[in-house]
Ligand binder design. Structure first.
Ligand code: HEC
Length: 506
């Protein structure tokens, strides 16, 4: 995959060098358009939808400031296919190109069935690869580590000496957690620019690849391993793929009951319901899409559940009966009973909870969920029978991820926002008290924790280009290993994911 993409990038650069002629155009916008066509379109697509390079549309650039974008254009990015234009283009030209890429296109970009089909690649047909792993490690204790800084994925043995079995290039900016097939053989990734990749964890090979959207939120895999559902921001739709081959089966436009077109804010599999749950971002609705005993290519039905606010972030309780969601700039979260379709509780959570990361356990005989908060240094613990806050646990600052495991009495939370971003704090699930503060690499951001299948070791990411994964003994809190990694973010343990461990999100 690497070689293919770099070759394409080199070819594109050559084509540009040959074809370049000075641009003269009447208006600044037209001038920018001409510059774009000459210097950028070969890699980023004539309509800015992405090709060798990522899409250059406002919705795809939300994490990049204009200043950083201008700098990227001028200096390029070392080690990637993005060339430097500081010598070819003037500061003014770079400014107008920057303005252009943050301007929405005149016509809403489309990504229909024809383009999805044309992007589809099946490298290995179902059944063509033997099932036996090509390594000796326990295939259920593998970790899939996303190294975001280098657009690649590492597959790491979860047992000592923690060997990296392989690394492979991913599409630009993987997004949302990868999803694992029932028995843990396959893992599915989604990238922000719409690519869905299926990877064989036994043979260590990419099996299939398809571009299902322009700007994708996340994917869900049906618990019977038959369908992948892709939730897109752009276009406003859901795409159903055949999970065996990633062939596209159908597109479902995201249109609310009142006819409003909407982005999809997230999709999840609800295993006991035999259904997908999809939340609309620009409409007060969630959808339940049953797949059990159905052929989604022929019949797809949507059950609409009305909400009182626009869902931003949510999680499903372990029974998959309740949807707990937050709305942007709201000071509470709402609980909806998916069976009756009615709101059953409101929980005051003013600190902007990151519900997508919430975990659950039993506290003094009652099931609770716990969520970090993005704006305040609190972990909120909520009783799932009464939907009352049990405790706000004060931490050193706002966090993003909380993780635990059924076999450990501790929950670990990162503190990624604020001056204590190098810290990870450990909460005793029995007392709801903080018992440890760890600083795996003082002064360097640490984030996202994941346990091995036994709950014996906790893996923490040092979120930097020259970062690492630091492995702790979860009982003694001693570091047992440091594996250098390129800006690692999420790490996913196969066993914990396929068994729906209550200590991690799904
Ligand atoms: C030879 C191919 C190529 C050409 C030509 C090219 N780019 Fe890129 N560009 C890329 C690649 C590949 C990346 C992704 C780099 C990475 O991995 O971080 C990229 C990244 C970018 C980014 C950062 C996007 C993000 O989300 O982080 C911007 C902005 C950008 N390019 C703008 C431009 C502009 C403007 C032009 C024309 C002046 C241009 N590029 C020409 C290949 C190219």
């Amino acid at each position: 995959m690497v070689s293919l993409r770099t070759t394409a990038a080199l070819l594109a650069t050559a084509a540009i060098a040959v074809g370049a002629t000075p641009a003269r155009a009447a208006t600044p916008a037209a001038a920018a358009g001409t510059l774009y066509r000459e210097h950028c379109a070969a890699c980023h697509g004539a309509r800015r939808l992405g090709d060798v390079g990522p899409p250059l549309l406002p919705g795809s650039l939300t994490r990049l400031s204009r200043a950083r974008a201008a700098q990227t254009i001028a200096r390029g990015r070392v080690g990637t296919g993005m060339p430097a234009f500081g010598h070819t283009l003037s500061a003014d030209q770079i400014r107008s190109l920057t303005a252009l890429i943050y301007t929405p296109p005149a016509r809403a970009p489309r990504w229909g069935m024809r383009r999805i089909r044309a992007s589809h690649r099946l490298y290995f047909a179902p059944g063509s690869l033997p099932a036996r792993p090509v390594y000796r490690a326990d295939p259920l204790n593998l970790f899939v580590v996303v190294e975001s800084g280098c657009h690649r994925v590492a597959i790491v043995d979860g047992d000592p000496p923690y060997t990296i079995l392989t690394r492979f290039p991913s599409h630009f900016s993987l997004h949302g957690g990868p999803k694992f097939s029932r028995h843990g053989r396959y893992v599915y990734f989604a990238s922000r620019d719409g690519w869905v990749t299926k990877y064989d964890l036994h043979r260590l090979k990419v099996v299939a690849d398809v571009r299902a959207g322009i700007n994708t939120r996340n994917i869900a895999l049906s618990s019977d391993d038959r369908y992948v559902l892709v939730g897109n921001y752009l276009p406003h739709d859901l795409v159903v793929l055949d999970a065996r081959t990633l062939e596209p089966l159908r597109i479902v436009p995201a249109v609310s009951e009142s006819g409003r077109s909407s982005r999809i804010s997230a999709v999840y599999d609800a295993r006991p319901r035999g259904a997908f749950i999809a939340a609309l971002k620009d409409a007060r609705e969630v959808w339940e899409i049953p797949y059990r005993d159905r052929d989604l290519a022929r019949h797809l039905s949507i059950r609409r559940i009305r909400l009182s606010a626009y869902p931003d972030d949510f999680f499903l309780d372990p029974s998959y009966r309740y949807l707990i969601y937050s709305a942007r700039s709201s000071d509470h979260v709402e609980v909806v009973d998916l069976d009756s379709g009615r709101a059953v509780a409101r929980i005051p959570m003013p600190g902007m909870p990151h519900l997508g990361s919430a975990i659950t356990w039993d506290y003094r005989g009652d099931p609770v969920f716990a969520s970090p908060n993005i704006k305040t240094g609190l972990v909120t613990v909520v009783d799932m029978r009464t939907w009352k806050v049990v405790r706000h646990i004060r931490t050193l600052g706002p966090g993003y991820f909380i993780r635990s495991h059924q076999a450990t009495p501790y929950a670990w939370v990162d503190i990624v926002f604020g001056p204590n971003r190098d810290a990870v704090q450990v909460i005793d699930k029995r007392t709801l008290k903080i018992v440890r503060t760890l600083r795996p690499e003082p002064g360097h951001t640490s984030m996202h924790i994941e346990f091995d299948r036994y709950g014996r070791h906790a893996w923490v990411s040092i979120w930097e280009r020259k970062g690492a994964v630091v492995i702790y003994d979860a009982r003694t809190f001693r570091v047992v290993k440091r594996i250098p990694m390129c800006k690692p973010v999420g790490k996913y343990n196969v066993y914990n994911k396929i068994t729906l461990s209550p200590g991690t999100s799904h």
